[in-house]
Design a protein around this ligand. Structure first.
Ligand code: 13P
Length: 286
């Protein structure tokens, strides 16, 4: 089971009510470690790249890494472009092999967001790729995109009209979730997920996964959140494991980069595997 379109991964998860971790990677080490965790756990996984990561690594290098690292892989995986308001970059990713994109038109008036999302869906589907759509900005700044001010939520009819008219494959509603570290436990409007799914059975993307509790994950996944986004947890695992190892290296006055990489890789794999277990996707690779 190699690289597959996003829908193949999320539609089954939606039907069977488990969640698939959609993890933002930042470089080669983290991409490889998250894929290795998926293989070890026999779990599907969605590898996400932010616009910032695409720009910092470079689109061609990033995709070459992806192609090499997934050659012959035996669990379902796909490559997703997270929050992208830039239509040109979005097209570049679609035409260079990304399996799905989140067109982030959430700062646009809904009618204009809808009009552009229709175009993105047509372009993506022609490339054999899929589209996640959103009508409200998710609170918090993620890799330079977004705002800390909570956007007001659109009504259910507006959300359903957007889903139906655009033909998006996954929908990302704002439910009180936020990117980054939660300063207090979030109050999540789980009922909004149920209301959308009852009226329009579409897999829901849950943003702002870092810091949610097991109870919140189980509840939201059981209501239809099939794609669960995790970014901050990877950044924390990556940076704190680097820091801890480098402090030890300084004490020992021992400087061996491959040992550092092994240590950090294990920390990132543990973080990814822990989320796969929490979301119920372990063993679902078949
Ligand atoms: P966190 O950074 O809170 O894990 O959110 C990730 C996310 O939603 C990426 O789009």
């Amino acid at each position: 089971m190699p690289v597959v379109p996003l829908k193949e991964i999320v539609d089954r998860a939606f039907r069977e009510r488990y969640g698939v971790a959609a993890i933002n990677v930042v470089n080669d080490l983290t991409m490889e470690a998250v894929l290795a965790a998926a293989v070890e756990q026999r779990s599907p996984v969605i590898i996400q790249t932010s616009v910032k990561t695409v720009r910092s690594v470079g689109l061609d290098v990033l995709f070459a890494m992806w192609r090499e690292m997934t050659a012959g892989i035996e669990v379902p995986v796909c490559l997703h472009l997270d929050h992208c308001p830039d239509r040109a970059l979005l097209s570049d990713c679609l035409h260079n092999g990304w399996n799905s994109v989140l067109f982030d038109g959430s700062r646009l008036p809904v009618a204009e967001n809808l009009r552009q999302t229709v175009d993105v869906v047509a372009e993506a589907h022609a490339c054999g790729a899929h589209v996640e759509g959103e009508i409200e900005a998710i609170t918090g700044v993620e890799d330079g995109i977004g705002s800390d001010e909570e956007a007001s939520r659109q009504s259910l009819p507006v959300a359903l009209d957007f889903i139906r008219k655009t033909g998006i494959d996954v929908f990302a509603p704002a439910i009180g979730n936020a990117h980054g570290v939660y300063r207090a436990e979030p109050h999540l409007d789980a009922q909004r997920v149920s209301d959308i799914v009852a009226a329009e059975p579409i897999p829901i993307a849950l943003h702002g996964g870092t810091g949610m509790t097991d109870v919140q994950f189980h509840d939201l996944i059981s209501r239809g959140c099939a794609k669960v986004n995790i970014s901050t947890a990877l950044k924390i695992a990556y940076m704190t494991s680097n820091l801890a190892y480098l402090r030890g290296a300084e004490e020992r006055d021992s400087w061996d980069p491959p040992s550092l990489f092994t240590h950090v890789r294990a920390a990132v794999m543990d973080m990814a595997a822990a989320h796969m277990r929490r979301f119920g996707s372990v063993g679902k690779a078949g």
